[in-house]
Design a protein around this ligand. Sequence first.
Ligand SMILES: Nc1ncnc2c1ncn2[C@@H]1O[C@H](COP(=O)(O)OP(=O)(O)OP(=O)(O)O)[C@@H](O)[C@H]1O
Ligand SMILES: [Mg+2]
Length: 387
Amino acid sequence: MGCFSCLVSRKKVVKIEDTDRARSASRTSVDGQGKDCLDEHETGVMDANSGGAGASDKTPPTKNPAKSFTYRELCSATGMFNSANKIGEGGFGKVFKGRLETGEIVAIKQLNHEGLQGSQEFIIEILMLSLLHHPNLMSLKGYCTAGDEKLLVYEYMPKGSLEDHLFDLGPNDVPLDWNTRIKIAVDTARGLEYLHCKANPPVIFRDLKAANILLDNDFHARLSDFGLAKLGPVGDKTHVSTRVMGTYGYCAPEYAMSGKLTVKSDVYSLGVVLLELITGRKAIDPSRSRAEQNLVNWSRPLFKDRRKFVHLADPALQGHFPLRCLHHAIAIAAMCLQEQPTYRPLITDVLVALEYLASQPYNREAATSGNRSPSQRPPSQQDRGRY
Ligand SMILES: Nc1ncnc2c1ncn2[C@@H]1O[C@H](COP(=O)(O)OP(=O)(O)OP(=O)(O)O)[C@@H](O)[C@H]1O
Ligand SMILES: [Mg+2]
């Protein structure tokens, strides 16, 4: 029960719930919203970064710097880390939904006790998120160290991770539509662009993957998990050498082979995430046939023939996407996934290309009413192979 069992022993454990919408595709035990609290918090972050995607490295520190919480406060917020409030679990530990004394809903990550790695990543996460502030980066509310316990307190993201909405959907889960997928891609690229181009020195995220893209109620995306982030090369250095870390399936080949880390490693990982958004397939999926288990290896031959691009589209989209934009999105992903890092585009260029796609939204009504613009037609024989 731990040293703060007095907090809950006589009270029924309260499952943290809100009155608003539920997380649509969550497979966790807690329905999440916290809309009011999120709005309140997001206002603070946006104010501190009024430049949005264009926020500069001169961006003033956030108005709500990370606070040191007591273990008692976090026990109380989560009902003694009750399993009813567990919303996820990753390599570093369990994640709980909690309600602070102020009424604010937060996500609390409780790090595993074992290993030096966890401690290092805990410190890097706090340092990075204390320095970096942007609407597309996760915001750290605070942290707690008490004996062996190490906890991080984040803004609560009611829709969970992108992974929750793309893969293994249940019969009642609504697949993401095309426009939302592009919006998430743009937000992700904006977060990376801030790290690569606005932060000084640049920051290499190193662990970009669908599980680390978290979503609020409006599917506004933020990058999370900075424990593996690295300061990029400075001066005339082209790369930093590091122990290879990250997630299999998302890792750039040159980084996986030599440990040479550059901003282009993140661009490769973004290419994998783009492919996941387009295809609805996981970067690595052991449940598929051998030839289809690795998404990049399966997709690469299809990149060579535009007539085959349409086969890459997620069947869950049911043809509801602008074919021209699908072609562009695949072309962008293919460029990010170039074997040679120097041939991959800079994140600034990827962002411009994705913003263009976002400016050409799919209009389902127009597409199905017959009053279609060329960019709104579902795939047809005539369209195949050209854009
Ligand atoms: N701030 C948050 N708001 C809401 N849910 C969150 C938040 N942070 C994490 N989660 C949930 O907890 C899950 C686990 O997150 P976590 O970052 O611990 O692991 P991971 O990213 O899946 O894997 P790993 O960190 O081991 O690479 C996420 O997929 C998400 O569903
Ligand atoms: Mg994560």
